[in-house]
Design a protein. Structure first.
Length: 133
């Protein structure tokens, strides 16, 4: 028996649910996959969401190395139903933290202050692929 191809079946947005193949959302936090409890999915499992890019060839031999994977993000299962599950982004990004006026007045300039914040999936589309990690 071949393993089921896991795809993004829908994307939840503030405007509603995107569910047509190829529909894309630029910065979304939640996607719905076409696998659920009957496929062995459980809460807190981790997935990578990706799309396939161009085929890459070895420049020396001309041999195909496969298709480049464009990673859209990582997520964790937050809800499981029989034949679908909801995945929430677990990505983070570093952003500059604004310096408060007291620190600036004390001459604490020059050093950047950074903080880690949550980040959404990037350019995820209905039909993108998912793989357990």
């Amino acid at each position: 028996m071949t393993e089921k191809t896991i795809i993004v079946a829908a994307i939840r947005t503030s405007a509603g649910l995107l569910n047509k193949l190829g529909e894309e959302a630029l910065d979304m936090w939640t996607v719905i996959l076409n696998v659920g409890s009957r496929d062995g999915i459980s809460l807190d499992q981790q997935f990578i969401i990706y799309s396939r890019g161009e085929e890459i060839f070895d420049p020396a031999t001309g041999e195909s190395l496969g298709q480049y994977e464009i990673v859209r993000g990582r997520g964790k299962v937050s809800q499981v139903q029989e034949s679908l599950c909801t995945l929430r982004s677990t990505e983070t990004k570093q952003v500059a933290r604004p310096m408060n006026s007291l620190a600036a007045s004390l001459g604490a300039g020059g050093e950047s202050q950074w903080q880690t914040t949550p980040a959404p999936f990037r350019k995820v589309a209905v039909g993108d692929l998912a793989r357990r990690v």
